[in-house]
Design a protein around this ligand. Structure first.
Ligand SMILES: C[S@@+](CC[C@H](N)C(=O)[O-])C[C@H]1O[C@@H](n2cnc3c(N)ncnc32)[C@H](O)[C@@H]1O
Length: 361
């Protein structure tokens, strides 16, 4: 992200707050106090105390556990491959000073400039933090460009990788809760689901084109959906302009299921489509394959996953990296959030953390 973009942000014309009916705003875009927790800390604290996430923000998961396994040190080079709201990045950045640097990657061109501005406002200047609109499958190129851009006098080690790498997979709460992004059945919006809406096809376009056998395979592979064979003929080749229309069609195709079971199928269909639309498994496979080459000698990597399809891939890649001698040690068991964290932030409940240590080269 260039400094020019930054100044455009800060000189944006003042916009009037949207008006809402009643005492409290209900719609995502009207919750202006939640969107600005730095200014309305009391409102944000109340929402968090109720176990929710303030609109337009994201609560970082397993921060203490991640900091423990990554052990960021002053002078380290870190890559946060899923910058999101910058919650993890902020904590890592504090521990890299003096002399360290964090490269923050995210595929989302809508949230990235906001996060860059937030981290700058916290005092992290261009010498310590840079934001990169990139898929994490492109981490080797982001690192190579960074090191190529350094002058010898910059004092950073040239032509090497990162000491610390983090990937916190999936979508952020900003993406999930914004109806216009179309990620959640809880909020009516266009059925989009693209992390980068400027690229690829929306979930609605994918469903309109796909054949039933391919959709059955997609629902099984991406979300272990047990009703895939029943759902595919009802959904494939059909037009679903909105999240609600798709949710209703899934429930209508499963009339024998109890409401709670049908709701689980709706969630799995949304998950499977999101993974397909964003090509998430192939990005993760490429990232895991590139990891050893992106890590400095004795570097540390942590990956936070949210469903079995992701965790299986991370586990296998770390185990085969250990056998090949790329890693000296890996997590033998997954690390889970504490019951207190799950109570305080139910969105942390499916999280699984794995780590690996790069061997000395
Ligand atoms: C769970 S959020 C990360 C939250 C972040 N750790 C924080 O503390 O705010 C996941 C983020 O990763 C991004 N993302 C997901 N897949 C990606 C990929 N393949 N490449 C780059 N960014 C990706 C999403 O756009 C989203 O912003």
């Amino acid at each position: 992200m260039s400094d020019e973009n930054m100044s455009n942000l800060s000189s944006a014309p003042h916009q009037r707050r949207p008006r809402y009916r009643g005492k409290n705003p209900r719609r995502f875009e009207d919750k202006y106090k939640e969107h600005d927790p730095a200014r309305y800390a009391e409102t944000a604290a109340k929402v968090i105390a109720s176990g929710k996430t303030p609109a337009g923000t994201h609560r970082p998961i397993m921060v203490a556990e991640i900091l423990e396994v990554l052990a960021p040190q002053p002078g380290d080079i870190a890559a946060d491959c899923t910058l999101g709201y910058g919650g993890h990045a902020q904590e890592i950045l504090r521990r890299l000073q003096p002399g360290g640097r964090l490269l923050g990657l995210d595929a989302d061109p809508i949230e990235l400039p906001k996060t860059e501005a937030r981290l700058r406002a916290l005092g992290f200047g261009p010498e310590t933090f840079s934001a990169h609109r990139s898929n994490f499958a492109g981490l080797p190129q982001v690192l190579a460009n960074h090191f190529c851009s350094l002058a010898p006098s910059d004092g950073e080690r040239a032509g090497v990788g990162a000491d610390v790498i983090l990937a916190d997979l999936g979508v952020s709460s900003m993406q999930l809760d914004e109806p216009a992004r179309g990620f959640s059945v809880k909020h009516e919006g266009p059925l989009d689901m693209r992390m980068n809406p400027q690229r690829g096809q929306s979930a609605s376009a994918l469903l309109a084109k796909i054949e039933p056998p391919a959709l059955t395979a997609l629902l099984e592979e991406n979300a272990d959906e047990p009703n895939a064979a029943l759902l595919a003929p009802a959904l494939a080749g059909k037009q679903f302009p909105t999240t609600t229309a798709l949710g209703n069609a899934v429930r209508a195709a499963l009339p024998r299921l109890k409401k709670e079971e049908a709701d689980l199928s709706v969630r799995r269909v949304f998950q499977a489509l999101r993974i397909a639309v964003n090509d998430e498994f192939s990005a993760l496979d490429t990232f895991l394959r590139n990891l050893p080459a992106c890590l400095n000698s004795r570097g540390r990597v942590a990956v936070l996953t949210f469903h079995s399809g992701e965790d299986r891939r991370v586990k296998k890649a770390f185990e085969s990296g250990l056998r090949a001698g790329n890693y000296t040690d890996i997590a033998r068991e997954v690390i889970r959030p504490t019951p207190e964290e799950v109570r305080s932030n139910p969105r942390s409940s499916p999280a699984k953390l794995r780590w690996a240590h790069r061997s000395e080269s």
